[in-house]
Design a protein. Sequence first.
Length: 293
Amino acid sequence: MSRRPVEERPFLSRGSVALQRALTSLFADYGQALNDDLLVRPDWTRTITAATYTMLDTDRFLLVDATAAPITITLPPVADTEPRLYGIKRINSGANAVTVDPNASETIDGVSANRVLSSQWDHLCILSDRAAWFQIAVSGAGTSVFSGAAVTKTTAEQNLTDNGSSETITWDTEVYDVGGWFADGGDETIFTVPSGVARVSFMAQVRVEPDGLPNVAAFLDVFLKKTPVDFSPRPALRVPVVRNSGTNVTVQIFSGVTDVTVGDELFVNVAAGQYGADPAIGAVSCYMSVQSV
């Protein structure tokens, strides 16, 4: 029996052929619509110079010029938007920032904090699904660009009182500060959360040096603190101290990833009790660090 060449074999039934033709037509139309949607039409781009602007559902891409004054862009209610991408780009140089503010209590990636475009050509690209905003691409402080700081204690011990009351550690050496977290020469006990940061990972290492023979029930408490609203739950460690003269205790403690608000203060508290003498926070092997995530 002779066989047809492969290219002539009817692999599709008559019904399948009809379906294939219908799908081909559909995807041809859709492909043209998709191609049109990817082209940036003139009416999709708007330049903003006013101090405040509420983004419209019909807006696609905003070019924001804050030369005259800082500008705040308020997003529309996400339920009123089309499920598509929206873009906001800062085009001005100078100090005036562009702030992107979600509507009311809405969030971007589950975080209610504003996004700040702090430098010329910074941008934010977000996606709406009519239920939430999602960050797709971004540049600027506190977003995809690293922001964080680290400080150490290197020049002087800090005495603790052997009664269980807590002391806030003072830091004397700035290792790095990207974003303006640490006021070197100002309040050297805290990191202050800068604009554009919504989540952080915060950690510290503390070494306590006993000045005398500790009692059997001696303890050391180390806390990571945040004000005005503390961590919930607050990272805290209680470490028993070995009954051995001169035994140093080194503790590392982490916050994990936690939400923050611009202006929040982060710091480390230490308390000691039942040492039998006043211990001291060592001048080596102590540090505090934070980074945006």
